[in-house]
Design a binder for this molecule. Sequence first.
Ligand code: NAD
Length: 266
Amino acid sequence: MQIEGKIAVVTGGASGIGRALAMEFVARGAAGVVVADLDGEWAQKVAERIGGLAVQCDVGEPGAIESLVAAARARYGRVDIFCSNAGYSDPVGVGLDESMEAFERLTRVNMLAHVAAAKAVVPEMVERGGGYLLQTLSSAALISGPAAPGYTFTKFGALGFAEWMAVNYGAKGVRVSCLCPNVVYTGMFGRPKDLDAVAVPPAVGALGEVLLPEDVAVTVADAMEGPEPFLILPHPRVGESYRRKADDYEGWILRTRERLARMQAG
Ligand SMILES: NC(=O)c1ccc[n+]([C@@H]2O[C@H](COP(=O)([O-])OP(=O)(O)OC[C@H]3O[C@@H](n4cnc5c(N)ncnc54)[C@H](O)[C@@H]3O)[C@@H](O)[C@H]2O)c1
């Protein structure tokens, strides 16, 4: 799909990967971009910069995605690309002590928001002959490791939904991609919202190969404009780990358990 001339909605568009995607879409000639975020003030600042529409919304609330799509259609007439990007993690280290209410909220934001988005935009995409769903998931959707449990199972669940969508709607012209990065220097890792290009602080750099969201957005847009990519993996080693896991699931669990124990021992 060529991004030029398209109308895109990006949730979590006020910061990090979402903001970078919104800006990259405009740079590639998108005809309209909706910046949706819990943080209305920063959604507005990003929308002003790119000449888009800001919508304050909580994608975990019932009806929020439907209202967002209605606002996008009222302004631009249609939605060609829906990026379900908003997401967050339960705190690492809390594990099973996290409350069920917190897991339920995480499920609404990280998983069910993707379902609500598909319900809101896909029927019209099919009628018009096509559209694009981009889900920002995580390497944690493919391989569990140090990430928190709620983050892991919600990202896995969202991957399952995306796979189902790709299998059932691909022939109807709806393309589905899942962005599964490892570490990206965004608000999740303390990047301030108001800085455009910043050096990765040493404490974040120590986490391994750390990418900037602006570079991830270029990778994503290139992939969207290329042959149908289901998984978009800006860190190639995520794909290698995923293949190793598929080849020997039990051995992979054993090795990951040992690696985590070494990490936790310092
Ligand atoms: N940064 C990473 O290393 C990394 C790695 C893998 C996946 N991800 C995923 O990338 C996505 C974007 O995160 P980011 O890293 O850019 O972080 P970020 O904190 O910079 O941006 C996330 C944005 O989403 C918004 N948001 C959070 N909950 C929301 C809700 N309920 N409704 C609407 N907006 C909401 C926040 O206000 C924020 O502006 C997330 O889904 C995250 O899980 C990030």
